[in-house]
Design a protein around this ligand. Structure first.
Ligand code: PMP
Length: 979
């Protein structure tokens, strides 16, 4: 690779100088193409035409493989075609996935064929299977990285390649970008758009000019875009790049341009993240390291690429208004241009620098600041805490309009909102885009009229009502909320009076160490780290420690990982740090608010004030154990028994669902004197030895089915969509099979102690049991002398909307109910409700004592939960919102093949994802990828079921219709655009 002064073309360039004149493709019919392929290359097979801007390309499916017959536009010199062939051979030898030129019968890889009166150059290449990645609306970060890696691999393999076709003047060579835009921009019809293209290009070229002499020049592919990267659909149904095609734009150019073209192409496929192209940069850098000049040039080149795309489109449409290819790309190219132009230069460059781990350029030494507000002593400054864990924002106050003013006012006369704080007050619910929460300034509430001083010697660059900007040596100081007493252009000395605090009484002070950066007041979480490098902590300007404690989810997770046993799984590859919840929303420490579709435990919503107050009050009174006599246990057990069917009048209190399961099994065994338990496949009942023995889900334990103890017998999980029996009429077959298992026991002289199952099969995805299932099975079990246990740990307690308990959906009553999760809204509680004689049987095994089961704090929590369910009408809400949600999901299923079935009732549902509706094969990896993308869009949803291919839908029961709609809308977006 060499470094050289690039041939920048001046204004008024004659575009005819460029090597690729746009012309119509040559006229060649499919029949003629088939004839050429057979006659010249000896290849025959089904033939179809492929699109091309200026050539004619045909795909041929021959017996020995697939080929592309390329018939070149006669305007393209043959030496270029030969060069392209040589380039493909070269990259193929280096192991890159590129098409390979094939020899003709005469042994040449470039041949000629006469069509009409023209002698056309023809080539045959191998066809790379796959889909152009441009056909996907969204590409996941890992896929973007692979594209960056592919561009770099091509670039590296090209380093020792040369061919005559590389030495030409090509309009897509970004070294001529400025001239191309200058020449084509007049074709942009809309004056405002034209002016924008021209001015943005000028800004890009001005930045480029600073470093372009230092940019490396080498052979590049020059068009590593989604159109030219073909991908295969992986097991995860994501398209992974696996081939690079179309060498028509290769040239010797800046190495950085190879990456810039790839980044620009990604801009409309990164969802809503303005820095979403960074994975491609890091991956490129890992193979072809970027140097300081590349880092400075990259974003100007991306912008220039965007500008050349739109300028070329407009020019092409001006001369050829019916050019469908260009017309289709035009909106996309404008979107690319706008996306590129909208990223602030300073942000893009700093982000690239961070992505390739190059240190920031040594900053000019910051001046020695003196405080803008004299005499602001730390001990007199209260903190206006707007962070995500601020007590001042409890009980949903963060959502109230004017909350920041209220928090400042409550904090005290002189109060500080810290620099670097992710303000919860800036977050809102239902945000598919990241909110800008991170304060890049410090904000002080201080008396209006108080005098303000220049923090250092400098020049006033802006002084308008409310705002003063002083350029000091090495840093810019931005002050908002000031009535300036100086004018733009004034020189000030540190300590000079420059104005007074404006009537708002709130002063914002920001530092910026990158010239012309024009920083925002708040940054989005994903751009915050980069912006903080540009706008460092302004503490020296205030003479106060202004910085909020840093948030670092990765560090917290690493600490957890170090000490917390890894068999305890976690959600997400890079888990956000969730420190607050409110109703059916979860909030991470960067102020991102997620709709919570999975926390069925928090049945009445996160941070429920009634539950919190009850726990707090009782904790201040007494917390002890149920061997003592206190009212809370009596109150709670009465309420609980009152919720159960008649006859189920006796309560045992423990601390979890597992304990409830374990205890229920012990009760059944003590009561029957038998051991055998009949359970359901795809179930989870807990982690203790006994509960684990009947937990059969292979998602939780892949060896579950092989390792069950002999006393466990299984019936099928009755999924009418993908289970052993399928279809709406499959119910009786499941009933028959289950009865056969129970009958089979008797035939072997065995007798069951119990049958246990969830009453709607929650762990399998909220599968409703077939009509009459429990009636038949409970009948058979009871006839055999066994006890029927209903696990209501997930599905009970109002979640099903139409029914408070799941067994009511089946029209039966069990002998034992286990309940946990919802019982304490997250406070650890479990209960067994049964008939007195069954409970009494336990006496044979001694007494039952759980130190914390039934403690007064838990009982008060449990009472507050029941109060909330009743007083807030949550079961009713589960029915109304649940039915709306299910209807929308079913409607969605009608439009997306990926959804095989929607299961459930009320607010217990699942969306079953399948690879094919025919085979109903589970789409496990897709489900995981969709969940990751849904998180980007502000929704927490997770897979469940044996194959982890069902999106579980079991939010807190306070979810609103608007939130249900937000969930479905985001899911629809993901299904439409990809994951
Ligand atoms: N039964 C069912 C149906 C469950 O879903 C769970 C928890 N996932 C349990 C029992 C065990 O409850 P816990 O985690 O409270 O021990």
């Amino acid at each position: 690779m060499e470094t050289s002064n690039a041939p920048r073309s001046g204004g008024g360039t004659d575009m005819a100088m460029f090597a690729t004149a746009e012309t119509q493709p040559p006229d060649v019919s499919v029949e003629q193409a088939a004839d050429i392929a057979g006659r010249v290359f000896g290849v025959t097979g089904a033939i179809t035409e492929l699109g091309s801007q200026q050539d004619r390309n045909f795909r041929i499916d021959a017996d020995d493989g697939r080929y592309v017959l390329k018939i070149a536009n006669p305007a393209v010199p043959e030496v270029w075609l030969e060069s392209q062939n040589a380039a493909m051979e070269h990259l193929a030898r280096a192991g890159l996935p590129v098409p390979r030129p094939q020899r003709s019968r005469g042994g040449a890889s470039l041949e000629h064929a006469r069509i009409g009166d023209r002698d056309l150059a023809v080539r045959l290449l191998t066809f790379l299977d796959g889909t152009p990645l441009s056909s996907f609306g969204y590409l996941a970060p890992a896929v973007r990285a692979r594209i960056g890696g592919l561009a770099a691999a091509a670039c590296r393999a090209f380093a020792d390649f040369d061919a005559p076709g590389l030495h030409r003047r090509l309009e897509w060579d970004l070294r001529h970008g400025e001239a191309v835009v200058a020449s084509f921009a007049p074709h942009v019809a809309d004056p405002a758009r034209r002016e924008r293209v021209v001015s943005v290009t000028a800004a890009a070229c001005e930045r480029l000019a600073r470093v372009q002499d230092d940019l490396r020049i080498a052979p590049i592919h020059g068009d590593v875009t989604g159109d030219n990267v073909v991908g295969a659909i992986g097991a995860d149904r994501r398209a992974w790049p696996c081939g690079l095609i179309d060498f028509g734009d290769m040239s010797r150019s800046w190495v950085a341009a190879e990456l810039a073209v790839a980044c620009a192409a990604l801009l409309h496929q990164v969802g809503r993240d303005p820095l979403g192209w960074l994975p491609a940069v890091s991956a490129f850098d890992a193979i072809v390291p970027l140097d300081g000049a590349d880092v400075q040039a990259l974003w100007p080149l991306v912008v220039l690429r965007g500008a050349t795309l739109v300028a070329a489109d407009e020019k092409q449409l001006a001369v050829d208004p019916r050019n469908g290819y260009v017309a289709t790309n035009r909106d996309l190219d404008w979107a690319i241009f706008e996306a590129a132009a909208s990223v602030p230069w300073a942000l893009a460059e700093a982000a690239i620098r961070a992505a390739v781990a190059l240190p920031d350029p040594a900053p000019a030494p910051a001046p020695k600041f003196r405080p803008v507000i004299a005499g602001l002593a730390a001990e007199h400054v209260a903190i206006a805490d707007l962070s995500t864990t601020s007590e001042a924002l409890d009980e949903g106050r963060w959502l109230e309009p004017g909350v920041e003013d209220a928090v400042f006012a409550a904090a005290g006369e002189v109060a500080l909102a810290r620099y670097g704080e992710h303000r919860l007050s800036r977050a809102g619910i239902h945000g598919a885009d990241e909110p800008a929460t991170c304060a890049l300034h410090a904000e002080v509430a201080v008396a209006a009229g108080r005098g303000l001083a220049a923090p250092a010697d400098g020049a006033v660059v802006e002084a308008v009502r409310g705002r003063l900007v002083i350029q000091c040596d090495g840093a810019t100081v931005l002050v908002d909320g000031i009535d300036p007493a100086v004018r733009a252009g004034d020189q000030v000395a540190g300590g000079d009076r420059v104005g007074a605090v404006a009537a708002s009484g709130r002063l914002r002070v920001q530092l910026c160490v990158v010239p012309d950066a024009d920083p925002p007041a708040f940054a989005t979480p994903s751009a915050a780290a980069v912006w903080r490098r540009i706008c460092p902590d302004p503490s020296p300007v205030l003479g106060l420690d202004c910085a909020a404690p840093p948030v670092d989810a990765a560090r917290v997770f690493a600490r957890r990982d170090h000490v917390f046993a890894r068999v305890q799984p976690h959600f997400y590859a890079e888990p956000p740090q969730i420190e607050r919840g409110w109703r059916h929303h979860l909030i991470d420490t960067t102020g991102r608010v997620y709709l919570d579709m999975v926390n069925n435990v928090t049945v009445v919503g996160h941070a429920h004030p009634g539950v919190a107050r009850a726990i707090s009050r009782q904790a201040r009174l007494l917390n002890t154990n149920s061997r003592f006599n206190y009212s809370a246990v009596a109150d709670f057990c009465e309420r609980l028994a009152g919720l159960a069917p008649d006859g189920l009048d006796t309560v045992l209190l423990v601390n979890s669902g597992t304990e409830a399961t374990d205890l229920a099994l012990r009760l059944a065994r003590a009561h029957t004197g038998r051991q055998i338990v009949v359970a359901m496949r795809e179930a989870y009942h807990g982690w203790s030895m006994a509960a684990d023995a009947i937990s059969t889900s292979v998602a939780d334990n892949p060896r579950a089915l092989e390792t069950r103890p002999a006393w466990v017998r299984l019936v099928d999980s009755p999924n009418p969509y993908s289970g052993t029996h399928r279809g709406p009429d499959s119910g009786p077959a499941y009933v028959r099979d289950a009865l056969a298992v129970i009958a089979g026991l008797a035939e072997r002289g065995e007798r069951p102690a119990a049958f246990i199952s969830e009453t709607v099969h929650g762990n399998a995805g909220g599968i409703l049991l077939p009509a009459g299932y429990l009636e038949a099975v409970y009948g058979a079990v009871r006839a055999a002398g066994g006890v029927c246990i209903a696990d209501e740990i997930q599905v009970g307690y109002g979640r099903l909307g139409h029914h408070f308990w799941g067994f009511l959906e089946q029209g039966v009553a069990p002998d034992v109910i286990t309940i946990a999760k919802a019982l304490g809204n997250g406070h650890p509680m479990g209960a067994v409700i049964t008939r007195r004689e069954i409970a009494e049987s336990f006496a044979a095994e001694g007494s039952l004592f759980s130190s914390t089961g039934g403690n007064p704090v838990s009982c008060r929590a449990g009472l507050a939960v029941i109060d909330a369910i009743e007083s807030e009408g949550l079961q009713q809400n589960a029915r109304v919102v649940g039915e709306h949600l299910l209807a929308r999901l079913r409607e969605l299923a009608g439009r997306h093949e990926l959804i095989g079935a929607v299961h459930g009732i009320g607010l217990y549902a699942s969306v079953e994802l399948v690879r094919s509706r025919e085979t109903r094969e589970p789409a496990t990896e897709v489900a995981e990828a969709i969940c990751e993308r849904m998180r980007e869009l502000g929704v927490v949803v997770q897979p469940t079921g044996d194959h982890l291919n069902m999106l579980k839908v079991k939010p807190p029961l306070c979810i609103t219709r608007e939130s249900a709609d937000f969930f479905v809308d985001q899911l629809e977006l993901v299904l439409r655009t990809g994951w």
